[in-house]
Design a binder for this molecule. Structure first.
Ligand code: NAP
Length: 283
């Protein structure tokens, strides 16, 4: 049996196996997508295991997206530019790192008919997901990115990265006033994820501006406090599930060489999400 693995820690609650196995089945491909819980001190050995003949490739998630790069034979130009890998593909026995998160962000905006060319965008957070997000925004030609983050030093590092990659984009750090005329506000922090579902990533005391669009990268729960507040303010909202599906769809295409059934991946992912949300509530 050929296998594709998801390396992360923790990974036990991931809905990627449900989504990817449904897609493999739909394509008539007899491979299995499996979780491989990988504590940081086991990353080197686990990547070595991926070199076995049964392994087709892998997804990489928190906290290994940057650390894994040192153990690979090569990385795509995109993964090198972003400095993070979320997909491994085997070519002639070599492990190649790639990044499909940027595509996930861009394709979600396309699905939602949101054009960001020339837009003023606020990015909440400055971690790994924020890095992929600002890269996507820069590629899409936004006018400005205001980065708001709890730890200013992390925000400055991300701002430096953004200015270096996209000199034409105006970048500010922790400028809360940018929220006043933002057209799109993207939450890339983990605030709002289970079990802290009632927390908001917005700066304290600031309401969601009605004219902005809210995009939350968090997809568990589907309706985060951030999205609920935005909806209450009359704003358009976008959940993180679309990004999960699209990054997974491009990964699948890299492994199989075939177009992924994105709509059925969406159905499988949202069913799995509903099931795990019920289990969490009932526990
Ligand atoms: P990360 O590298 O650990 O970054 C976490 C970010 O959240 C940092 O900016 C951190 O701020 C901020 N943060 C954490 N706890 C906070 C709190 N209590 N108050 C304020 N800020 C807080 O994680 P990541 O890889 O960027 O992932 C972030 C989120 O994106 C996760 O929920 C992940 O599931 C989601 N994500 C979704 C997709 C998708 O496909 N939809 C893909 C990738 C990631 P500091 O700098 O101050 O620590």
């Amino acid at each position: 049996m050929k296998r594709i693995f998801l390396l992360g820690y923790p990974v036990s609650h991931s809905i990627s196996p449900a989504m990817q196995n449904a897609a493999l089945h739909d394509l008539g491909i007899d491979w299995q997508y499996e979780l491989l819980a990988t504590p940081p001190n086991q990353l080197r050995d686990t990547v070595a295991r991926l070199r076995d003949a049964d392994c087709i490739g892998a997804n990489i998630t928190i906290p290994h997206k940057q650390a894994v790069m040192q153990f690979l034979d090569a990385t795509s130009e995109r993964a090198r530019q972003i400095g993070a890998v979320n997909t491994l593909v085997k070519r002639d026995g070599k492990l190649i790192g790639d990044n499909t998160d940027v595509y996930g962000v861009l394709q979600t905006l396309v699905d939602e008919h949101v054009s960001v060319r020339g837009a003023r965008v606020v990015v909440l957070g400055a971690g790994g997901a924020a890095r992929g997000t600002v890269f996507a925004l820069g590629e899409a030609g936004v006018a400005s990115i205001a980065i708001l983050n709890r730890t200013p030093a992390h925000a400055h590092t991300l701002a430096d990265f953004t200015r270096e990659q996209f000199p034409n984009v105006a970048v500010t750090v922790n400028n809360i006033k940018a929220l006043n005329d933002a057209e799109l506000i993207i939450n890339t922090t983990s605030v709002g994820m289970t079990p802290h579902t009632n927390a908001s990533p917005m700066p304290e005391g600031i309401s969601f501006p009605r004219r902005a669009i809210a995009f939350d990268l968090v997809y568990r729960p589907l309706q985060t406090r951030f999205l609920k507040d935005a909806e209450r303010a009359g704003a358009k909202t976008i959940s993180g599930l679309g990004m999960l599906v699209h990054q997974g769809a491009l990964s699948l295409k890299l492994w199989t060489g075939r177009d992924a059934p994105a709509q059925m991946m969406w159905n499988a992912a949202s069913n799995a999400l509903r099931t795990t949300e019920c289990e969490t509530r009932d526990a």
